[in-house]
Design a protein around this ligand. Structure first.
Ligand SMILES: [Zn+2]
Ligand SMILES: [Zn+2]
Length: 301
C-alpha cells in the first residue's frame, strides 16, 4: 500500500521547499508539489513489475526508488511562465474531494500555500492545461465554497480535448464524481475551451497527442529561444519505464496503444535532447533521456 510521506516539507530529496524551477530559453517552469508517496511496492502501480526487476536499474536510487526496489511517486503541477502568460499544467488531487482511493480522499494539502510561496496567486493564472482528466490532474481546478465547488483559477481558460471530456464523462471509479466536482463547475462558469490534441497554443506551447493512458491524452512541448522541454503527463508514470517501456500502468485504458506511445515519445525525447519534466517523477522530476541499447535511461538535472 502507498504510504504518505510523514512530513511534507522539506520533501525527501529536495533540500529547499516543495517547489523547484528550471529555465527553458526565456520560459521558466516551476514544480509545485502536492504530495509524494515513498516505499510503494512497484506492482501496486505496474502489474508486470517486481522489486527485483526495479532493483536491477541502479540509477533509480535514491531519487525514484530505494535500495529494496520500492518506488516513489509524486503528484505535482508545473507552472510555466513565458512573457505575457502564466499556465498551470495538471493541478493535482485537490482538497476535500470525495475519492475512491483512500490516500486521495478528503485531503488537506498546503498546495495553494506552496503556489503562493512560489510567487503565484490563482488570479494571475491565464491558462490551465490538462494532459488528461484523471482525479490527480484536475483537482485544484475547483475548491469548496460552502456546498459548491467553484473555480480556483477564476480568470483562466481551462483546456480540454474532446476525447478526454467524453472519457471523463463516461468512465471513472465508483464512489467518486470527478466530472461533477472538478470539470462541470468550470464548464458552467464559462471557463472551458475544447482544443485539438495537437493544438499550437501560442507562446511556444504546443500539444502533442500521446494517447493510450486515456483516449485524448496529450503531452506539452515548451519551446523558447531554441530550448525545448516536454511535460509528459501520464504516458509514463515513473522513470523505471524508460528502462521497461512495456510495463503498463494500472490505469492505462488501452495498454497496447499506451505502450506504442511510450516508445514513440521516449525516442522523440532522447532525439530532441529536451528537458523532460515527469509529471509523477519524485524528488528530481526534470532531466534528459538518453539511449541505453534499445531502451532508455533518465539523467536528472
Ligand atoms: Zn492518469
Ligand atoms: Zn496521474
Amino acid at each position: 500500500m502507498a504510504q504518505r510521506t510523514e512530513d511534507s516539507e522539506p520533501l525527501r530529496g529536495d533540500d529547499t521547499v516543495a517547489t523547484r524551477r528550471w529555465e527553458v530559453g526565456s520560459a521558466i517552469v516551476t514544480s509545485v508539489v502536492e504530495h509524494q508517496f515513498d516505499r510503494i511496492p512497484p506492482e501496486f502501480f505496474f502489474p508486470d513489475a517486481t522489486t527485483e526487476a526495479v532493483g536491477r536499474h541502479r540509477w533509480l536510487v535514491p531519487d525514484y526508488a530505494d535500495a529494496t526496489g520500492a518506488i516513489s511517486l509524486r503528484v505535482q503541477a508545473f507552472v510555466i511562465e513565458v512573457p505575457g502568460l502564466a499556465a498551470v499544467v495538471d493541478p493535482c488531487v485537490g482538497n476535500g474531494k470525495v475519492r475512491a482511493l483512500p490516500f486521495w480522499h478528503d485531503q488537506n494539502w498546503p498546495f495553494l500555500e506552496r503556489l503562493a510561496s512560489a510567487g503565484f496567486s490563482p488570479d494571475e493564472i491565464d491558462l490551465v492545461i490538462h494532459t488528461h482528466l484523471h482525479a490527480d490532474h484536475v483537482g485544484w481546478d475547483t475548491r469548496r465554497d460552502g456546498d459548491a465547488w467553484v473555480p480556483t483559477f477564476g480568470r483562466a481558460r481551462h483546456l480540454y480535448t474532446a476525447a478526454d471530456l467524453e472519457f471523463a464523462r463516461t468512465s471513472g471509479m465508483e464512489g467518486e464524481d470527478v466530472f461533477g466536482d472538478s470539470i462541470a463547475p468550470i464548464i458552467e462558469a464559462g471557463l472551458a475551451d475544447v482544443v485539438a490534441p495537437d493544438a499550437d497554443l501560442g507562446h511556444g506551447l504546443v500539444l502533442e497527442p500521446s494517447p493510450g493512458h486515456t483516449p485524448g491524452h496529450v503531452s506539452l512541448w515548451v519551446e523558447s529561444d531554441g530550448a525545448r522541454a516536454l511535460i509528459t503527463g501520464d504516458f509514463l508514470h515513473h522513470p523505471v519505464q524508460f528502462a521497461e517501456p512495456d510495463w503498463a500502468e494500472i490505469a492505462d485504458a488501452d495498454v497496447g496503444l499506451a505502450r506504442e506511445t511510450r516508445h514513440r515519445m521516449m525516442a522523440r525525447a532522447a532525439e530532441t535532447k529536451a528537458l523532460v519534466l515527469g509529471t509523477h517523477f519524485a524528488c528530481r522530476p526534470a532531466g534528459r533521456v538518453v539511449a541505453d541499447g534499445d531502451r532508455w535511461r533518465f539523467e536528472p538535472v
